[in-house]
Design a protein around this ligand. Structure first.
Ligand SMILES: C[S@@+](CC[C@H](N)C(=O)[O-])C[C@H]1O[C@@H](n2cnc3c(N)ncnc32)[C@H](O)[C@@H]1O
Length: 268
């Protein structure tokens, strides 16, 4: 892929992009879409597609806002965003040519139920695409710092009543992929933070201490601290704040880079 930033040639991102270039998506459902980030990726990589529907149950005020801004961002494009619980997809059986979910398995309260629903609405012979970051394996110090931040934020979400489980292990994600009983199952292991895929300016530099990545992580931690400002248990609040400050120091030392992830694709 000629437009991949330098350095990506050694990672699997280019193989994933190449695989996506052979997929005709048809009508595509992106489950737990948040701000439609994965729709963006698919639009830029798929061989062709008809339209997208992005659904999210928007459990928090922040995710409602994210969906609203996604609606504006995709204005004029064949994309619809709907507030919906993935446990009960309000679509006919076999009504999509592709169903996908990105980095959301560990956000689901009833994962099995959601996966059954995704298969139900997928046409026979349709594409099932799953990508999910993992917590183990051989990751850099910068990726480990990101995982530390992620786990800390997951605890904050859980305290505030938003489901956010620990990131899954690579083996667990592979087991989930196998349990889907897809035909022609392919699993790609990214060895590189996905952020670099399309961003030409901010993430051009491969250094995990690159200023844009660093400032984004610090901003995320500060926002999470703000979210627990009114949490009733002072002791827990203070402990989480202290942990947040320590994670900032770790990030200042090692930098921060997105965790590695598995990309799984197969057909029903
Ligand atoms: C990490 S975000 C998704 C990121 C997005 N897919 C991307 O790749 O840019 C996880 C999302 O899962 C959504 N979610 C969790 N459980 C859900 C459910 N049962 N139904 C719909 N959305 C759900 C959350 O609201 C949140 O927006």
């Amino acid at each position: 892929m000629e437009d991949l930033p330098k350095g990506l040639a050694s990672s699997n991102a280019s193989r994933i992009a190449k695989r996506l270039r052979s997929v005709s998506g048809g009508r595509i459902l992106d489950v737990a879409t948040a701000g439609g980030g994965f729709i963006d990726t698919l639009m830029k990589t798929l061989k062709d597609y008809d339209s997208f529907v992005g659904i999210d149950y928007c459990a928090s005020a922040a995710s409602k806002k994210e969906m609203e801004s996604a609606k504006k961002r995709f204005e004029g494009k064949p994309v619809r965003f709907l507030e919906m619980n993935a446990e009960n997809l309000e679509f006919e059986d076999e009504s999509f040519g592709t169903v996908c979910m990105s980095h959301s398995l560990h956000h689901l309260g009833k994962m099995d139920r959601v996966l059954v629903e995704m298969k139900r609405v997928l046409k026979s012979g349709g594409n099932f695409i799953l990508q999910e970051c993992y917590c183990d394996g051989d990751q850099t110090e910068a990726q480990k710092a990101d995982e530390l931040e992620h786990e800390w934020e997951a605890r904050i979400d859980s305290l505030l009543g938003v489901t956010h489980n620990k990131t899954l292990t690579k083996q667990r994600i592979m087991d989930i992929g196998s349990s889907l009983n897809l035909r022609g199952l392919e699993v790609f292991d990214s060895t590189h933070p996905v952020d670099c895929l399309f961003c030409k300016r901010k993430y051009e530099c491969e250094d995990p201490k690159n200023q844009a990545t660093f400032h984004n992580s610090i901003k995320d931690i500060d926002n999470a601290i703000k979210r627990i400002e009114n949490y009733s248990d002072l002791e827990i609040r203070n402990r989480l704040k202290e942990e947040g400050e320590r994670i900032k120091e770790t990030i200042a030392e090692s930098g921060s880079a997105s965790a590695s992830y598995l990309f799984i694709i197969g057909r029903t």
